[in-house]
Design a protein. Structure first.
Length: 93
C-alpha cells in the first residue's frame, strides 16, 4: 500500500499541474501576453515531478512484487496429508 501512494500522489500532482497549465493558457488568451513566464515553468516543473513520482511508485511496486516472489515462501502451508490405505477403502490421517 505505501508504494501505491507514490503512484497516486504522482497522478494527482500531474493532473493538478495539467489543469494549472490549461488555466495559464486560457488566461494568456483572455488577458493577453504578460511577463509571467515563471508560472508556466512552475506548471511544467510540477507536471514532470508528478510524472517522476508516478514512475517511482510503479517501479517500487514492481521491485516489491519481485522481492515477495523471490523469497521462496510457499503460497500456502499444508497442515496434514491424508493418504488412502491400500487395504482399506476409508481415508485416514
Amino acid at each position: 500500500m505505501p508504494l501505491q501512494v507514490f503512484s497516486l500522489i504522482g497522478m494527482v500532482v500531474a493532473a493538478v499541474s495539467g489543469g494549472f497549465f490549461i488555466l495559464l493558457v486560457v488566461r494568456r488568451l483572455w488577458v493577453g501576453p504578460e511577463a509571467e513566464g515563471i508560472f508556466t515553468l512552475f506548471a511544467l516543473l510540477f507536471f514532470f515531478t508528478g510524472i517522476c513520482l508516478f514512475g517511482l511508485g510503479i517501479l517500487g511496486e514492481y521491485v516489491g512484487r519481485i522481492f515477495i516472489e523471490v523469497r521462496g515462501r510457499p503460497r500456502f502451508l499444508i497442515r496434514e496429508v491424508w493418504r488412502k490405505d491400500e487395504k482399506s477403502t476409508h481415508a485416514h490421517p
